[in-house]
Design a protein around this ligand. Structure first.
Ligand code: UD1
Ligand code: MG
Length: 266
């Protein structure tokens, strides 16, 4: 499986975090869902849409993650082994200073011809290729700088909230830890899945700072930067919130297993 549907799109998957909230010694993305490490679901979906142009950011238990992914996605017969090309590319983020910091480690590995970059989280394993295809199509047709996937949920706790300006344009994402009480009531949340023009992403990542409650370089800050610069930003509201459950705790892991068993998402 060499070619994906989109030749000018690459996917970056963030998978370097330890996942402190899982309260386990195992890197979060290696936790299993129905007997299979969660990262494999995400890589499989990414490969369906962009083929070889997948870059995984690894850090915690990096060699273990690399081994498991490489074993499951071995070089296919058509690969040019002389180039030493893996089926999946890896970027090492030695210190985990935030999701924005993680993406900046992957960017140098994105091939030159790529125009748009999809960013996925290794801990959001139920995302489907269909939804990603719709997000990318929307992004390309709308000639946007950033398109992000959001969903409306009853319990937004733990997720980044989407803020709108007076013209109902998305202006910022605020993380739970930085949110005011009023912002915490917002039920439109960031799924952690984006399609971003590569040139804008490269530029915006140089501008993010770590002056927030967690002292991290948040990827979500590129939205506020884009809004200030008058960039074209769009939100796609996903119709199936279950698809974007982020696994941060053992409880989330159980919730995802329940959804997968139900066969509602495949
Ligand atoms: C993130 C988003 C939040 C969104 C949620 C969706 C940010 C700042 N917040 O929050 O708005 O609602 O996802 O699930 O982006 N990672 C790295 N390197 C790092 C830090 C994280 O690779 O330095 C990876 C983690 O392994 C994980 C992913 O990035 O797979 C997301 O990190 P996590 O800490 O789970 O972010 P959330 O708090 O869930
Ligand atoms: Mg998470």
């Amino acid at each position: 499986m060499q070619k994906g549907i989109f030749e000018n799109v690459a996917v970056i998957i963030l998978a370097a975090g330890l996942g402190t909230r899982m309260k386990s010694g195992k890197a979060k993305v290696l936790h299993e869902i129905l007997g299979r490490p969660m990262i494999l679901y995400v890589v499989e979906t990414a490969k369906k849409i962009v083929g070889k142009n997948v870059i995984l950011v690894i850090g915690n238990q990096a060699e273990k993650v690399r081994e498991i992914v490489s074993e499951n996605f071995p070089l296919s017969a058509e690969s040019d082994e002389a180039d030493g090309n893996d089926e999946v590319g890896f970027a090492l983020q030695k210190e985990q200073l935030g999701t924005g910091h993680a993406v900046s480690y992957a960017l140098p590995n994105v091939p030159g011809h790529i125009e748009d970059v999809v960013i996925l989280c290794g801990d959001v394993p139920l995302i489907t290729a269909d939804t990603l295809i719709r997000l990318i199509d929307d992004h390309v047709v709308g000639k946007r700088d950033i398109s992000l996937l959001a969903v409306q949920v009853d319990d937004p706790k733990g997720y980044g909230r989407i803020l709108m300006d007076e013209n109902m344009h998305i202006s910022k994402i605020v993380e739970e830890a930085d949110a005011t009480e009023a912002q915490k009531k917002i039920k439109t949340i960031n799924a952690g899945i984006y399609c971003v023009k590569k040139t804008f992403l490269t530029d915006a990542l140089q501008k993010i700072k770590s002056d927030n409650a967690q002292g991290e370089f948040y990827l979500t800050d590129i939205i506020g930067i884009g809004h200030k610069e008058g960039r074209c930003i769009g939100v796609m509201i996903g119709s199936t919130p279950d698809e974007v459950i982020g696994i941060n705790t053992p409880h989330d892991l159980m919730a995802v297993e329940t959804v997968m068993r139900s066969g509602k998402i495949s």
